[in-house]
Write a protein that binds this ligand. Structure first.
Ligand SMILES: [Zn+2]
Ligand SMILES: [Zn+2]
Length: 300
């Protein structure tokens, strides 16, 4: 029949065949599989020589998978594998819970996180290795935010695209357009980005037009002359800023109410209100929800 075990010198009886997507078959051993993975062979194993179609795997990955199921032979050296093959293997061994291989792949992913944060983020997200995922996410975000945003959209990394998008909303549209141009569905992605920015600006405008009222002044008035001078300065400053950063406009002009403790209090309350609203904005209006609306997809 020509089916053999990919491990050199293996004389174990072949009692199951793994078939890759391209039709390549490898002989394997039910006893080993049962011991070292959770791959469910049954009811296929009831026939004389069961065949298990692992459609998602290419032949090289399948051969590696078989080798990992041999505890008495040298294990494949994952550090020597081309990156793409390694990523496929890392996903497959997780899928079938081949524990010895899972540990090795995770270790290599941990070593590779600085060099390849996006791929490691993708791996750690699907495998739920949270601390590795968080580390990879931090590394991705620490690079250029726009680059991170585009890459996260391309790879369909929802959490990452949401975090990265927030850091790009103060950039000029032309810069975002240039970075996205050429990627799949780039016009729709840009539209989604503009829609999120519009939502942000609406909130910022509402916060600017409705400043928090502080404690009443003596005599019952909520505001004094100092406030009006201060407020005009804040409006002017926030209009001048291309990124509409209201927190900055509120705090850098506060010396104008220095003489009035009531207005100073109102400024502090307003600043806190703006910060809280802006912090919530990312979770209430995540980029991925706009992205889904316009592109109908989770990723590009
Ligand atoms: Zn064998
Ligand atoms: Zn006052």
């Amino acid at each position: 029949m020509g089916i053999s075990c990919p491990v050199d010198g293996c004389d174990l009886r072949i009692d199951v065949i793994f078939k890759a997507r391209d039709g390549t078959g490898y002989g394997a051993h039910v006893h080993n599989i049962e011991q070292f993975s959770t791959l469910n062979l049954f009811p296929a194993a009831s026939s004389l020589m069961p065949e298990v179609d692992l459609h998602e795997d290419d032949a090289e990955v399948l051969s590696l998978l078989c080798k990992f199921l041999h505890p008495n032979h040298a294990q494949p050296d994952v550090s020597l594998l081309p990156w793409e093959t390694f990523c496929k293997l890392a996903a497959v061994v997780e899928q079938y819970r081949i524990y010895n291989a899972m540990a090795l792949c995770k270790l290599k992913m941990e070593y590779s996180v600085e060099e390849r944060p996006y791929e490691v983020f993708q791996y750690a997200s699907t495998t739920n290795y949270e601390s590795l995922r968080d580390r990879a996410m931090k590394l991705c975000l620490s690079s250029h935010p726009l680059e991170c945003f585009v890459k996260a959209c391309e790879l369909g990394l929802t959490d990452l695209m949401d975090e990265a998008a927030l850091k790009t909303l103060n950039l000029p549209m032309a810069a975002v357009e240039e970075a996205l141009r050429g990627t799949k569905n780039w016009q729709l992605t840009l539209l989604a980005w503009m829609a999120q920015r519009e939502a942000l600006r609406e909130r910022q405008q509402s916060l600017l037009l409705n400043p928090t009222v502080g404690p009443q002044h003596k005599g019952g008035s909520p505001r004094c002359e100092d406030w009006h001078t201060y407020y005009s300065a804040v409006v002017l400053k926030s209009l001048k800023r291309s990124d509409g950063n209201l927190t900055d406009a509120i705090t850098t002009t506060r010396q104008l109410v220095q003489g009035c403790s009531y207005c100073l209090k109102a400024v502090e309350m307003w600043g806190r209100n703006v910060d809280a609203t802006m912090t919530l904005f990312g979770s209430r209006f995540p980029f991925s929800s706009f992205f889904k609306t316009y592109t109908g997809a989770e990723g590009l």
